[in-house]
Design a protein around this ligand. Structure first.
Ligand code: LIP
Length: 270
């Protein structure tokens, strides 16, 4: 894609992200239509409303582009595709826990070129462009390397999409390495925090493309390493994800199994 076409999409993305963040912020105080899509898999009216706003704005400006949204699914056929999670951390949002985000990634040629992650209740917008670095509001982000694993903070995402014992086994290995962990409930924000050096790694044994399409680019543009998340049929099926400071790659790939040649970890555990 030509730089000029990316310039136009980067500018549009900034406007759309601000508008979507403002809408989510308004809807947060009284979440409506809270339902379960499955065990511990929440949806609210806000997920649909925010996604419709984002998809509508993209359609107005780039009708030729394709979109993939968590709620609305795939629309359009193009090599230029927007991947949208309108409320990432919906379980938190549904319970008025402010740790949620809006994630919008733009891929061209199968590679993420643009990404934003907005945290409306924290007043933060994380953004990146391929080859142009990553920023939190106007401050440049950089991953941080802990001196050793005893100082490392690794976020471990969890969902019912993988067996609980796969998660507890992962947790035991990570704690056994001397690191500490957290699970905050928004994979997108988890990736943004690695990019901003607030944590040193994010791992989830299965996550969807809309949760991390922007986060992968943020971490890479902040000097971090991410496994080959977009391999195979990631857009339709999701994949395991591991993102971290480069110095922790070897240790975390060993501990998590994600990023190894065939990182189908859960099969080995069962
Ligand atoms: C959530 C992810 C989180 C994962 C949850 C869920 P949602 O996304 O951000 O990392 O552990 O299961 O997938 O459903 O709130 O958009």
């Amino acid at each position: 894609m030509r730089e000029g076409d990316l310039d136009a999409r980067e500018a549009a993305l900034a406007d759309i992200t601000r508008e979507a963040a403002e809408l989510a912020r308004r809807l947060y105080s009284d979440p409506q239509g809270v339902k379960l899509k499955g065990k511990q898999d929440y949806i609210t009216a806000a997920d649909g409303e925010v996604e419709r706003l984002i998809v509508g704005r993209i359609g107005e400006r780039f009708p030729q582009d394709a979109v993939l949204g968590e709620e609305g699914g795939a629309q359009g056929k193009s090599d230029a595709i927007w991947i949208i999670d309108p409320i990432d951390g919906t379980a938190n949002f549904a319970h008025r826990i402010p740790h949620f985000s809006i994630s919008i990634g733009f891929l061209s040629g199968g590679d993420p070129k643009l990404g934003t992650i907005a945290a409306p209740m924290y007043g933060e917008i994380f953004r990146a462009r391929r080859g142009r670095g990553a920023f939190c509001n106007e401050r440049r982000m950089k991953v941080t390397e802990p001196a050793d694993m005893n100082r490392a903070i690794i976020e471990l995402g969890w969902s019912v999409r993988r067996p609980a014992r796969a998660y507890t086994a992962l947790l035991e290995r990570v704690l056994g390495s001397g690191a500490t962990f957290l699970r905050a409930g928004s994979g997108a924000l988890g990736m943004a925090y690695v990019a901003d050096g607030r944590t040193h790694g994010y791992c989830e044994l299965h996550i969807n493309a809309w949760d991390v399409a922007a986060g992968v680019l943020l971490v890479e543009e902040a000097g971090g390493w991410v496994n080959d998340f977009f391999a195979g049929d990631a857009l339709a099926q999701g994949n395991p994800v591991l993102a971290c400071a480069p110095g922790l790659k070897e240790a975390l790939v060993g501990l998590t199994g994600v990023g190894q040649a065939n990182d189908k970890l859960e099969r080995r555990i069962q």
